[in-house]
Write a protein that binds this ligand. Sequence first.
Ligand code: FES
Length: 110
Amino acid sequence: MVKICSSEQLLDRGLAYRFMLGERAAIALRYDGVVYGYLNQCAHIPIELDFNPGDVFDLSRQYLICSTHGAYYDPTNGLCLGGPCVGRRLTSLPVKEENGAVWLIEENIA
Ligand code: FES
């Protein structure tokens, strides 16, 4: 496992923590107490979701939103619920929270 950040760095529905997975940008975030990880890459056009670093939640704090064309995603599974790529998904990353930190479970990455 590789440490991404400390648990306290992820506030619920707050800024995502940006990190690199090799050459790919990724994010970790917390929603309703649970930590999730995704590649930071919109399912519409493969560019980063956030214009302001880590700012991936919409105004309602219920969805992740792409700052470019407004696709919005279910934070729990990455499914696009509206916008130009509805029905597609963010690429989910295997993460877990343990011992006060958020970890990437490397061996589970395809
Ligand atoms: S690039 Fe994200 S909605 Fe178009």
